[in-house]
Design a protein around this ligand. Structure first.
Ligand code: SF4
Ligand code: SF4
Length: 202
């Protein structure tokens, strides 16, 4: 077990480094969701298309992965259970097999997968909203009860959030990359969490 625990990393990120707190960096996205929900435009009756293999290819940064671990309240006691859940998800959706788009493209095919933190039914996402990936918060329905057919990302709001937090998040990601020898900038949710846990709890 690595000695540096979540609380120490939190302390460094938010107090010493001065990274803005998670809820504040997501404030406008959460407000927009609330505004939509106030006029009955919400996800309560949807099957969760955007979180499942039919449409989800979400990729996240080390900082977003770390904040998801905070939501999961990961401890030495539950880490193995979470690690196993992530491993099964990665294997099931073959996320560990990258498909190259060719030398010129210098990139890989984005794969779709059902998020391991999605629960079918009214609950849907099990991650706290103030710790959820930005892309998940920015993707919302636009009409009442249309079961996902009008949903899209609010790119303007997402870009505004990215720009406002650019320096802050660059420094936080750099710290996590250096501290845990992380080589990637963005990965699918289960892979990002699995890699981070591997570095933190071995
Ligand atoms: S954002 Fe759209 S597709 Fe995703 S759960 Fe909500 S209503 Fe369904
Ligand atoms: S974190 Fe939540 S909203 Fe995002 S893909 Fe997973 S279940 Fe869906």
């Amino acid at each position: 077990m690595r000695t540096m625990q979540l609380t120490q990393i939190k302390e460094h990120l938010y107090n010493e480094l001065g990274t803005t707190f998670p809820a504040e960096r997501r404030r406008d996205l959460i407000l927009e969701m609330k505004k939509l929900s106030d006029v009955k435009v919400h996800c309560f009756n949807c099957t969760g298309t955007c979180c499942t293999m039919s449409a989800n290819s979400m990729q996240i940064t080390p900082l977003e992965a770390f904040e998801m671990l905070l939501s999961l309240e990961i401890t030495p006691e539950n880490v193995e259970e979470i690690r196993q859940k992530l491993k099964e998800n990665i294997q099931h959706y073959r996320l560990d097999h990258e498909i190259s788009l060719g030398k010129k493209a210098h990139s890989h095919l984005r794969k779709t997968y059902t998020c391991p933190f999605f629960v079918p039914g009214p609950k849907g996402c099990t991650i706290k909203k103030e710790l959820k990936p930005y892309g998940c918060l920015g993707f919302n329905p636009r009409l009442e009860n249309d079961n996902g057919s009008s949903c899209h990302s609010d790119q303007t709001l997402l870009e505004k959030r990215d720009n406002e937090n650019l320096a802050d998040e660059e420094a936080a990601n750099l710290y996590l990359k250096k501290e845990f020898q992380i080589y990637w900038t963005k990965l699918e949710i289960p892979k990002a969490l699995f890699h981070l846990i591997d570095k933190m709890f071995t």
